[in-house]
Write a protein that binds this ligand. Structure first.
Ligand SMILES: *Cc1c(COP(=O)(O)O)cnc(C)c1O
Length: 364
């Protein structure tokens, strides 16, 4: 029996299929294709769920980051801090609006942005904003980052693309006064049938500006915006999935706890083991002593038809398209290539965990 990295068949079970087809029929009958009633329904439910005042759906997670940077007043040529290791889109968003990324190093035991590195970096770089990423679903140290950034008026944009279900300092991600962005790409914890994303804010002026920018800057007059509207069909999917998301995230957490018990004796570091209760467990990263062992483990999984994924193989500065940018990333480079993510969708069985643990043991 193979164990896949993602499982869409169980996620989109028959009852869900029936309900979503009804909604699609309704949308077709109404011809309400963009920004319909499920957009507003989702926005108000999701804001409430994440403890934010306002939620604005947009077309994808990268747009959510770019629009948040614009709303924060980041201008072309400004510098923006990004973690040394994250998904490429975090840095891409900075470059897409004409700003310059500056790398902030990470904590090697979690992969999360390191406040000490941020403190050092702002001495030599005049940052306009910083983008902590709740990487793998683990909560970034937002309170410490706020202590560093608030006195200097450095905006904070939390990239929560992997963190629907994460608790930061005891509260759902999105509860802070920072702009918080999500991606609802199909592989994320909360997922559309294609691309979608959103931005959470506590600030009404920011909310109005986001709504204006996502719709071509349409107001009394037009200002420079873009098309980043969310389709009604995607909103209908997201709105329906909210009914089940807490249950599914609990199932991920239970899998993480079982992995911990099954793997704790092995010579690997379990990144984020202290966050069993507070991570969304979007990914389950295991850190090996060296990249040769990581490759050996990936091969062993492949031979057993077990999905695994090498997030992340390179630090951002090791991407040729980003190698010219400055900052600190020694730990990020150290971590890159040594971590491998195990399957952690909500439908991993105890048998699967046993098989995965046995396969990993066979590597040593
Ligand atoms: C997925 C992801 C994004 C980008 O989201 P898209 O919806 O693909 O644009 C940004 N940041 C992180 C950390 C992600 O995981």
């Amino acid at each position: 029996m193979s164990i896949s990295f993602y499982n869409f068949n169980d996620l989109h079970h028959n009852e869900f299929k029936k309900n979503i087809m009804n909604r699609f029929q309704e949308i077709l009958d109404e011809s309400s294709f963009v920004e319909g009633k499920y957009n507003s329904s989702f926005e108000s439910k999701f804001a409430k769920m994440q403890n934010a005042k306002y939620c604005a759906l947009v077309a994808n997670g990268t747009d959510a980051l770019e629009i948040s940077l614009i709303v924060s007043g980041v201008k072309p040529g400004d510098k923006v801090g990004v973690p040394g290791i994250t998904f490429y889109a975090t840095a891409e968003a900075v470059l897409n609006i004409g700003a310059t990324p500056v790398f902030i190093d990470i904590d090697p035991t979690t992969g999360l942005i390191c406040p000490e590195s941020l403190s050092r970096t702002i001495k030599s770089h005049d940052l306009k904003a910083v983008m902590p990423v709740h990487i793998f679903g683990l909560p970034a140290p937002i309170k410490e980052i706020e202590k560093i950034c608030n006195p200097k008026n450095i905006s904070i944009i939390e990239d929560a693309a992997q963190a629907q279900g994460t608790f930061v300092d005891g509260k759902p991600v999105g509860s802070t006064n920072n702009l918080t962005t999500f991606s609802f790409y199909p592989t994320k914890n909360l997922s559309a049938f294609g691309d979608a994303g959103c931005i959470l804010t506590q600030n009404e002026d920011q909310f109005e500006l986001i709504k204006c920018i996502r719709n071509h800057g349409r107001g009394k007059e037009f200002m420079m915006g873009r098309n980043s509207r969310c389709d009604h069909m995607q909103a209908a999917v997201l709105d329906l999935k909210l009914d089940e998301i807490d249950k599914l995230n609990k199932q991920r957490k239970a899998v993480a706890q079982k992995y911990y018990n099954a793997l704790k004796e092995l010579p690997v570091k379990l990144l984020g083991k202290q966050f069993i209760e507070t991570s969304s467990w979007h990914l389950y990263p295991v850190q090996f002593e060296n990249s040769a062992l990581r490759i050996k483990a990936a091969e062993a999984f492949k031979a057993q038809n077990i999905g695994s994924a090498p997030f992340y193989e390179r630090a951002l500065s090791q991407e040729p398209s980003l190698s010219q940018y400055e900052g600190e990333d020694k730990n990020a480079k150290e971590l890159a290539g040594r971590s491998l993510c195990l399957p952690i969708h909500p439908f991993i069985s105890d048998e699967d965990i046993q098989k995965i643990a046995n396969t990993l043991k066979s590597v040593f």
